[in-house]
Design a protein around this ligand. Structure first.
Ligand code: BDR
Ligand code: CA
Length: 326
């Protein structure tokens, strides 16, 4: 067991199967789902997240909270990814959230409350832009001391997937991401250096197709994901971005990790959202403005530089296959 977790997400095709993997593995104590704007505006991701807990049969156990809609500091409307994730954000699905209660508490307040109740034990797995996490840190900087954060986002050596240098979640709200990695929170960044190597193939999909009717919804989501990925990236296997972050929250052996400091480019229109990683061993030999050196000495995290010794794609597929036979 991981101990208590909150999944902060923007469903989103891969966010959806990340939640299903967490539930299906039986190894996560999911206390809440918090929705954030990203792949789709928050009205959609909140509805989608509520539809997902219903579809996955946990609507009575796992409350879903509505998070922040826009970007943290930019007033222009945040761009969604409907072209990739479909008009609803969940491929061709029409989110059925009927009967799933709306919570009056906000995602930020729920995150803060749960972080106090489970201080030092709570893991927040963020698979969307880091807007909710940054907003929680602004409301209460002590949040950083009480949680461990595993987030999907960023890239060190891989090209970006939404601009030449930026990964979508960080690019969507760079100021939020920079605030989070500078906050002193214990974080693990699971970026494209790892997720682009966690490739779910047509053979894996065929195993889910063979697993029965209980996986029909999942198969439809993954099939849509294959279509989008092929269209935009010309590849016939899809990266398990968000599921890998969930997996890594439980088992760091899915990743190869390095320790150091992440900075997020917020100013340049060309490289906005780029994550710059300074390995801890390089701090002394690198010339940076004083403020950034100070940050490199105080705000450290772990960054995935590749996959680890355990095969996440196989474990993910096996968990979903067993969902099909339950
Ligand atoms: C990330 O961007 C989103 O489109 C996915 O859900 C994932 O969280 C990958 O860059
Ligand atoms: Ca996501």
């Amino acid at each position: 067991m991981t101990g208590p977790i909150v999944l902060d997400c923007d469903p989103g095709l891969d966010d959806a199967v990340a939640l299903q993997y967490a539930l299906g593995s039986g190894r996560y104590e999911v206390k809440a789902v918090t929705a954030v704007g990203g792949n789709a505006p928050v009205e959609h991701t909140y509805r989608n997240a509520r539809a997902l807990v219903k579809t996955f049969g946990v609507a009575d156990e796992i409350p879903v909270y509505r998070g922040v809609g826009g970007r943290l500091t930019r007033r222009i409307e945040a761009p969604a990814a409907f072209d990739f994730h479909g008009a609803s954000g969940l491929g061709d699905e029409v989110a059925d959230d009927a009967g799933v209660p709306e919570q009056s508490e906000s995602a930020v307040d729920a995150l803060l409350r749960l972080s106090r109740r489970h201080a030092g034990e709570l893991t927040v797995v963020a698979t969307g832009p880091l807007t909710n996490i940054a907003a929680a840190l602004i409301a209460d900087p002590g949040f950083a001391e009480r949680i461990r954060l595993v987030f999907m986002g960023g890239t060190v050596s891989e090209p970006g997937n939404v601009s030449p240098t930026a990964e979508f979640n960080i690019w969507h709200d760079p100021e939020a991401a920079d605030l989070v990695v500078a906050s002193g929170v214990d974080y693990t960044m699971v970026g494209l250096d790892a997720t682009h190597r966690a490739r779910f193939t047509r053979e894996h999909l065929a195993r889910l197709e063979a697993a029965g009717e209980a996986l029909a919804f999942t198969v439809r989501l993954m099939t849509f994901y294959f279509g989008s990925y092929n269209h935009f990236h010309r590849a016939d296997a899809v990266p398990l971005h968000d599921p890998l972050a969930v997996g890594a929250a439980l088992d760091p052996e899915y990743l190869t990790l390095a320790e150091g400091t992440v900075f997020v480019e917020c100013a340049s229109p060309l490289t906005s959202g780029q994550t710059v990683f300074l390995h801890e061993r390089d701090v002394a030999g690198t010339s940076l403005p004083e403020q950034l050196t100070a940050r490199a000495l105080t705000s450290r995290g772990k960054v995935a530089t590749g996959l680890g010794t355990k095969d996440f794609v196989e474990d993910f597929t096996a968990v979903l296959e067993s969902w099909g036979s339950r």
